[in-house]
Design a binder for this molecule. Structure first.
Ligand code: 13P
Ligand code: SF4
Length: 303
C-alpha cells in the first residue's frame, strides 16, 4: 500500500503510544481492513471483541452505532469514531418514542432490536440482535409473537426461518441493500451461469430468494473461505468483495454491489487524526447506557 505508507506507519506508532486497538467492519476499504485493523468482522464479532480487549482506547472504523455499542460494553474506555457523521439509514429510521408507542400498541410483546440503532432505541428494547444471530435471538425468547425493529427486510427474511412465530415489523430500510433487485440477480446469472450468489439479509426478500445463500457479512466471508466457489457475487457493500478477494485470489468476484456512503466516510487520514487528537469521543447518557447495555448483553448471552 505505498500511497498510504505514511498514514499507515503513523497509525501503527500512535496505536502503540495510546495503547489503542482498531476494530474495523467488513465494509471498510482494503487499505484500512488489511493494514491497520487489529480486529475485523461483522457487527456481532465487533461487539464480542469490544468486550475482550484490554486496550485503553478503541477506534471504531465503522459507523456510529457500532462505536456506541463498543462504548456501551466498555463504559470506562475511550471509544473514538474517526468521523462523527458516519451514520446509518436504519439507525435513523426509528426513535425511542416510536418504540414506546409500539409497546403500548402491543402490550407484553417483546421487542427485538437490530444492533443498527441508537443507544436510546436499544434502551427501550428487550434484546438486540444482528443479522448473524437474529434467528437464535428470536427463538431464545420462547414466544409466538415478537416486534422486530427497525429493518423490515431483515425481519421478513428472518420470518422465513422462524416458522410459527409472528413478527411485527417496522418500515426501516438499509439504503445500500434496498436498492438491489431480482433483476440484478437475473443479470449476473445470465452473464455468469456458474456464479454463486450470496446476499445480505438486509436486501429485499425477493432478492434473498434468488440468492444461493443469505447471511451476515461474516457469514458470506466464511462461505467463500469454506466453499471456494470459482466465481461469486456478493450482493452487498462493494468493499466486502474487495476485502475477501484479497484473501482468495483464485476466486473471481463479480458485481452487483453498492457503496455505503457512511462507511466510506472513514479513511486512513481520519483514523490518524482520531488518534492524534483523540477525536471524536463517543459518549452516552448514563441513564440510557445502563438499559441499552442490558439489551446488548442479553444478546451476547445467546449462543
Ligand atoms: P453485519 O452485521 O452483517 O456485518 O452487517 C452490518 C451492516 O451494517 C450491514 O449493512
Ligand atoms: Fe447502515 Fe446499510 Fe450502511 Fe450498513 S450498509 S451501515 S445498514 S446504511
Amino acid at each position: 500500500w505505498p500511497v498510504f505508507a505514511r498514514d499507515i506507519e503513523a497509525i501503527l506508532t500512535l496505536k502503540r503510544q495510546h495503547n489503542a486497538v482498531i476494530l474495523a467492519h467488513n465494509y471498510q476499504t482494503p487499505e484500512i481492513f488489511h493494514t491497520v485493523a487489529d480486529i475485523v468482522g461483522d457487527s456481532l464479532a465487533l461487539a464480542r471483541e469490544a468486550v475482550n480487549t484490554d486496550a485503553d482506547v478503541i477506534v471504531l472504523a465503522g459507523v456510529h452505532f457500532m462505536a456506541e455499542t463498543a462504548k456501551l460494553l466498555n463504559p470506562d474506555k475511550t471509544v473514538l469514531i474517526p468521523d462523527a457523521e458516519a451514520g446509518c439509514s436504519l439507525a435513523e429510521s426509528i426513535t425511542a418514542e416510536d418504540v414506546r408507542r409500539l409497546r403500548s400498541r402491543y402490550p407484553g410483546v417483546p421487542v427485538v432490536t437490530y444492533i443498527n440503532t441508537s443507544a436510546a432505541v436499544k434502551a427501550e428494547s428487550d434484546i438486540c440482535c444482528t443479522s448473524g444471530n437474529a434467528k437464535k435471538v428470536i427463538e431464545s425468547l420462547g414466544v409466538d409473537r415478537v416486534i422486530m425493529l427497525p429493518d423490515e427486510f431483515l425481519a421478513q427474511n428472518t420470518a422465513t426461518q422462524v416458522l410459527g412465530i409472528e413478527i411485527i415489523t417496522w418500515a426501516g430500510h438499509c439504503e445500500v441493500h434496498e436498492r438491489f433487485t431480482p433483476e440484478d440477480i437475473r443479470a449476473v446469472r445470465e452473464s455468469y451461469p456458474d456464479v454463486v450468489v450470496l446476499a445480505h439479509p438486509e436486501a429485499p426478500p425477493e432478492v434473498v430468494a434468488g440468492a444461493d445463500y443469505a447471511g451476515s457479512t461474516a457469514g458470506m466471508a466464511d462461505f467463500v473461505g469454506e466453499k471456494r466457489p470459482a466465481r461469486v457475487a456478493l450482493v452487498t457493500e462493494c468493499s466486502m468483495s474487495d476485502n475477501v478477494a484479497a484473501l482468495y485470489p483464485e476466486v473471481e468476484f463479480v458485481r452487483p454491489c453498492n457503496l455505503c456512503p457512511h462507511m466510506k466516510r472513514i479513511t486512513l487520514p481520519k483514523i490518524r487524526r482520531a488518534l492524534e487528537r483523540r477525536q471524536h469521543e463517543v459518549t452516552i447518557d448514563p441513564a440510557v447506557a445502563e438499559r441499552a447495555r442490558l439489551a446488548v448483553e442479553r444478546m451476547l448471552a445467546v449462543r
